[in-house]
Design a protein around this ligand. Structure first.
Ligand SMILES: Nc1ncnc2c1ncn2[C@@H]1O[C@H](COP(=O)(O)OP(=O)(O)OP(=O)(O)O)[C@@H](O)[C@H]1O
Length: 526
């Protein structure tokens, strides 16, 4: 395969973590909380804490302390206004996402929070609902909630959700477009008839740094920092620290509480929050299946350029995903082995003709789809070998055209991630350093991640007779492609045909073991 095309193919990996045991880490920082640390000094380099021998509270204990929000109706038991609950429902939120289940009760309790959940998991509503509940009603006391976001686009998105949830309650939610107009609108001499401010740090800091400051934040009671990881990345850690110090200082009310939301937390950010926030509650929600669903919906919501091919691991997974996406207003279809050849042909023809935008398929079925203009391949389920990965992403970027591939992975896929990272690296793609640091999968891990299936094994006896019996072998769920032979990645233990290597049984040299001649395809669930 052409190196440049391959490079294009490999670009883009979506990261998701596995095991949706909601809320893993809960850690109230210090039980005997000292007075709140000085705000300016809290933003210096975090001092190392002496390790306290204190058990992290597990999800169960945390649940006992704060409870989980199992459905939005339950919000009425917190005294949430019926109108706010109605607005939540009108926004199409039928039930809380995992991070909402965890974070809302904590914030309802006015506890400071550091919440980590994957992208697209509903973090915005997770902080807006308790913040708006706390504000209760519009007041003319100036901004009482400040939400920081890394980009204008994100800030505006948050503003939109905030306005949507405020319908009929009347909160005045604002975004600073221009510092000059903002001064007369929100400055100390204004009527202070506003409630929520969503902003990027730059503009806000500019206004705060004027003498006298052009905006008054002394009545802010919730300071939320959304996408804090991106803020640190985008602005440069030190720069953002300084900006945050200015904002933090300006939010001088005794009542102010802080919330940090992010998809990932860098170590020093985490340390800083632990040191600076008051008795902070940490909530981490990993993503698994529901994370994948949210992520794919998020991709669709942000706009896709058809045709898009989505690979899943089995026909059941294909059916499942199809039933999830069919109601999302996109032209989606699925091909799997339970469909007749005629149905499959019709589906592929419709896909080719552009009537179907998104086609879900298993790898095996995907082989029948060989046209040149697929724009995006999504590996919804992680390919179990590098060969399989190459085969799948090879559906896009064909015949010299550009293409993109996105691969979702969960914690369970980590053992195989290193192989994929190697493929990307060899193709000249930038690969995150941590991926390359991942160890090679142990034998046990390889076994765990490659689905096991019963196959016919023929054992040829020394006397020439043949005994056929069923034995568990690793499912050879990869397929040979022309491209794969250049890779020679031994870590996958596949031979040149893409079959899992079989080793003869130890201690019986007289017996030769071989895989029966049954074509691989017939044994793979398609
Ligand atoms: N409870 C819910 N039920 C259904 N959809 C929801 C729910 N909460 C949020 N959503 C929707 O999920 C999508 C992603 O939500 P949101 O933007 O808040 O995620 P996020 O975690 O902040 O993602 P990012 O990190 O990319 O900003 C949005 O379209 C939002 O409307």
């Amino acid at each position: 395969m052409d190196r440049d095309i391959f490079k294009t193919l490999c670009a883009g990996v979506v990261f998701t973590k596995k095991n949706f045991t909601p809320a893993t880490g809960f850690l109230p920082k210090e039980e005997n909380t000292k007075s709140q640390p000085s705000k300016a000094d809290g933003l210096d380099k975090p001092k190392r804490h002496k390790k306290k021998k204190k058990k992290n509270k597990n999800a169960e204990q945390r649940k006992q302390e704060f409870g989980n929000l199992e459905d939005f109706e339950q919000l009425s038991s917190y005294g949430v206004l019926p109108r706010l609950i109605e607005n939540i429902k009108k926004a199409g939120f039928a039930e809380p996402t995992a991070i909402q289940k965890e974070a809302i009760p904590v914030m309802m309790d006015r506890r400071e929070i550091m919440a980590c959940a994957p992208t697209g998991s509903g973090k915005t509503a997770a902080f807006l609902i308790p913040v708006l509940h706390y504000l209760r009603e519009p007041r003319n006391n100036g901004f009482r909630a400040l939400i920081l976001a890394p980009t204008r686009e994100l800030a505006k998105q948050i503003l939109d959700v905030c306005k949507q949830l405020s319908v009929g309650i009347g909160f005045r939610c604002h975004y600073i477009e221009k510092a000059s107009t903002a001064t007369s609108k929100f400055g100390p001499k204004s009527k202070k008839n506003f409630d929520v401010l969503v902003s990027t740090p730059n503009r806000l800091v500019f206004m705060l740094n004027q003498d006298p400051p052009l905006i008054d934040l002394s009545n802010v009671q919730w300071l939320v920092i959304d996408e804090s990881d991106k803020l640190f990345e985008a602005e440069g850690s030190q720069n953002f620290r300084d900006q945050l110090a200015t904002i933090y200082k300006a939010c001088s009310s005794d009542k102010v509480r802080h919330a940090l939301f992010s998809a990932t937390f860098a170590f020093d950010l985490q340390q800083w929050a632990r040191k600076t926030f008051h008795n902070v509650v940490e909530v981490t929600v990993g993503a698994s299946e529901s994370g994948k669903r949210l992520a794919i919906r998020d991709i669709i919501r942000k706009g896709i350029e058809p045709p898009v091919l989505i690979f899943v691991q089995s026909k059941d997974r294909a059916k499942e995903l199809f039933s999830e996406l069919i109601y999302d207003g996109i032209n989606v279809d699925v091909i799997h082995a339970d469909k007749t050849q005629l149905q499959r042909d019709n589906t592929v023809a419709s896909f080719e003709a552009g009537h179907i935008w998104v086609l879900i398929c298993t790898e095996l079925m995907g082989r029948g789809i060989d046209f040149k203009n697929i724009n995006l391949v999504i590996n919804y389920d992680f390919p179990t070998t590098a060969v399989s990965y190459i085969h799948r992403i090879g559906r896009t970027g064909r015949a010299g055209r550009p293409g993109r591939a996105l691969t979702f992975f969960t914690e369970d896929d980590l053992p195989n991630l290193r192989s994929i990272a190697n493929v990307m690296r060899r193709a000249g793609c930038p690969v995150p350093a941590y991926m390359l640091k991942l160890g090679r999968p142990s034998k046990r891990e390889r076994k765990r991640t490659v689905p096991v299936k019963r196959k016919h094994i023929s054992t040829v006896r020394h006397d020439g007779t043949q005994k056929s019996k069923k034995r568990k072998v690793d499912q050879p769920n990869n397929v040979n492609t022309g491209e794969s032979s250049t890779l020679n990645d031994k870590s996958n233990e596949t031979n040149r045909r893409g079959h899992q290597k079989m080793k003869p049984k130890k201690g019986n040299k007289n017996k030769k073991t071989k895989i029966s001649k049954t074509p691989v395809n017939e044994n793979i669930e398609a």
